[in-house]
Design a protein around this ligand. Structure first.
Ligand SMILES: Nc1nc2c(ncn2[C@@H]2O[C@H](COP(=O)(O)OP(=O)(O)OP(=O)(O)O)[C@@H](O)[C@H]2O)c(=O)[nH]1
Length: 264
């Protein structure tokens, strides 16, 4: 078969972009290299663009549920290894059906976009804000001290309540959100499903107790002895260069039996 000439290379590139458009069923916004650049660079930019699109919710630009799930799984590993507290918040816009019914679906979409932007501004760049589904959002906050959880969640609730959302010229509305949250249990390997469920229970409580409020799971105090911790996670610690460095190249020995660490 003849090697592709510069002219049929351009056709090939166009074909691939059209395929990608058809696959996603909508216009792609990709930054493509100028035509004179190599086809490898071109293809790489298409792949990078598609990867990015596959992680994002198209309406709000937030992380989609798939990306949220992978960040949640990673957070569970980090918490189990390091004991750093991580908070999961689940948020749901109150009486959102009424917004759609009163102002129309397009206004509803504008509300979803405004809430999404507001959420992203309320948290740190290291936090992950996702659209979990319909009018439900989720925020993963790694390394969030338990003393601050309530403050962060309350700040989000208050900011959304105070935010006017313009849905047409001269018409602004306000919405509220109910928030449920749970910390990942430290030193104990959890699952994404269990963690989400604990936050969801609190969200349900916030809804059933009147909406526009925050409830966080009161974490049970779990006591794990240093020896148990070593037994559970020692193999992970052995593979962690930071840990090895901290003991100057020595293999960490099991701490004395009976020394207890409070985990909450
Ligand atoms: N505009 C718009 N509406 C959506 C979208 N996804 C889901 N919805 C609507 O969100 C509404 C959710 O309604 P419900 O589940 O009854 O909840 P709610 O009215 O917010 O009531 P509470 O959650 O109990 O406070 C439904 O009317 C859905 O059609 C979307 O992408 N855009």
């Amino acid at each position: 078969m003849a090697a592709p000439t510069p002219s049929n290379l351009v056709d090939l590139q166009q074909l691939q972009l059209d395929d990608a458009r058809a696959l996603l069923g909508r216009e792609l916004t990709l930054t493509l290299p100028p035509p004179e650049e190599s086809s490898t660079a071109y293809l790489q930019s298409v792949i990078d663009g598609l990867c990015e699109l596959s992680l994002k919710d198209p309406l709000t630009g937030l992380s989609n549920r798939r990306h949220f799930r992978s960040v949640l799984d990673r957070s569970i590993d980090v918490v189990a290894r390091s004991g750093e507290p991580a908070l999961l918040l689940m948020l749901d816009i109150d009486h959102f059906k009424k917004v759609n019914d009163t102002y129309g679906h397009q206004a509803g979409d504008q509300v979803l976009q405004a809430v999404a932007q507001c959420l992203a501004k309320c948290v740190r760049p290291v936090d992950t804000v996702a659209r979990y589904g319909g009018e439900e959002f989720a925020v993963i906050l790694p390394n969030c001290l338990t003393a601050f959880g309530e403050t962060v969640a309350e700040r989000i609730r208050q900011t959304i309540q105070d935010m006017p959302i313009q849905i047409s010229p001269g018409v602004s509305i306000h919405v509220t959100v109910s928030v449920g949250g749970a910390y990942a249990p430290e030193w104990v390997r959890s699952t994404a499903a269990l963690w989400t469920e604990r936050a969801d229970v609190q969200l349900y409580r916030a809804k059933s107790e009147g909406r526009n409020r925050v409830f966080l799971d009161q974490q049970q105090e779990i006591y794990v002895s240093a020896e148990e911790k070593n037994l559970l996670f020692g193999h992970l610690a052995l593979g962690d260069p930071a840990w090895i460095e901290s003991v100057s190249g020595e293999v960490p020995s099991a701490p004395a039996h009976g020394s207890m660490h409070r985990v909450n």
